[in-house]
Design a protein around this ligand. Sequence first.
Ligand code: FAE
Length: 550
Amino acid sequence: MSDTTMPGTESGRVSRRGFVAGTGSILGLGVVASAGLATRAAAAPGPAIANGATVPVLVIGTGYGGSVAALRLAQAGINVEMVEMGLDWSTLPPMTGVGEGNVFCRSSQPGARAYWLRTKSKAPVSNFFSFPIDSEISKFTGILDAEEFAGITVYQGRGVGGGSLVNGGMAVTPKRERFASILPSVNADEMYNTYYPRANANLGVGNIRQAWFDTAECYQYSRVGRKHAQRSGFNWTFVPDVYDWNYMEAEQAGTVKRSALDTQVLYGNDAGKKSLPKTYIAQALATGKVNISTLHRVTNITTATGGYRVTIEEINTSGDVVATKNVTAGKVFCAAGSVGTSKLLVKMKATGQLPNLNGEVGKGWGDNGNVMVARANHLWDPTGKLQSTIPCSGIDNWEAGGAFAEVTPLPVGIETYASMYLAVTNTQYRAQFTWNASTGKVDLSWQTAWKQDSINKAKTIFDKINQKEGTIYRTDLFGGSKQWQDGLTYHPLGGVVIDKATDNYGRVAGYTGLYAIDASLLPNGISCNPFVTITALAERNIEKIIATDL
Ligand code: FAE
């Protein structure tokens, strides 16, 4: 199929029928995605923002921070334009060929829709029984970005809903006694009495039914995790999630279409997960005051009469720029995620477009201490060939050893005898984003060697369990004979840190009407998974901003 004869493409928009044909070819036959396939998602909510437009408020990014900001601003009567570099996945038809009938790829079968503009998959578990499992894919504006910096790969969600599209939905409110070290300059009473409850309610956080957990085939891996943790004297705990637990039970019973039990998570979920497009974004769009321009990527922000001039590149699904737009916004909310917001503001300061940004911009970036590991169980300890992709438990050794570890699945459809974990650790290492004028890109100073600190903290749990159980670490999953996946993070935090690069509510220092409202604000590790805290902080900050600035 040639790049220019894709059927169904009309005036820069793609019809539903044409897109089915196109993606079927992309995924099934490995044909390179067409440059002219689509300039924006069909039936995105409202028209794309026009070149030369003047808007009261522009929100950059549609993840947790951006969605909270949009909803609350709209409820306050303000028209909001959101700009999102990824697709509106709700408008994509199911795939044909591999993954037939699903909108999203299974974790076990990544295709073009799985990755953001890559030609080869880059799975966090890169090997199985030592065989490399990454495969060639067509370049497409897919859902998961494996963004590579010199010392670390940062995984992020792309599309309307940001990280909520690809994450495990683990919705953890940090223990209150830890809050003072997480966000020292934020009032804990307000957070725990008002904003955490508000965030949890709006995100649709729920708990697994414990009686069901005790028998469900798909959580055998978690029960093995519990047994091993408790036999070594660790505090094993259930973890809430935004997955619909009733739906999960129905998946196990075989009465509904399977998603979590069909290996879906990393590249999106067709059902069950209450991602942001079903919660905050649905509410925001229902106000009639929010418009989202998809496949639109902000590249510049500078001051202008009436606020800010924002430059936006419109891209197609191959990542080519098809238009460049300039719009004027009275107020700008940066919600492009820790990496996206940091990169944007670092570039604006270094290139003189926002020269009054202070020297803290780009500093204080952390990985939430993420490392992954797997243990090889004995043959009498199978973890199950049917595994839910949604973790529901963790091992808490934060106070004693500086580590909290999710008991995670390895959903490959066969018995692996592996117990997998993603650890969040209390590492103090922080990196800095800097502008590289010779490449025209933003670099990050993270060093892979710093992960040894996280490994040491995670080992306070797993060395002890291995010793008790007489088991060993798996060495066949991360390439070479590595025991630890120490080259990634799922939880980027910081870069535009609260009370350093901004004031106590995310107002960016040096500029009026410019805000950061996402994970870039967070100064420290969270001691758990971060999106509930990102959401709660955004709720707190936007309430103050609406009351005082608008
Ligand atoms: P985020 O959700 O990343 O949204 C930023 C949005 O901005 C994205 O949609 C981008 O495409 C868009 N964007 C970026 N740059 C631009 C630009 N220049 N112009 C226009 N748009 C742009 O930000 N956290 C948990 O709490 N529990 C979990 O179970 C969990 N599991 C995870 C699993 C995976 C595989 C991953 C990748 C993350 C996981 N996380 C989890 C982390 C969580 O998703 C993340 O902390 C939040 O999504 C960050 O929220 P933000 O609002 O900061």
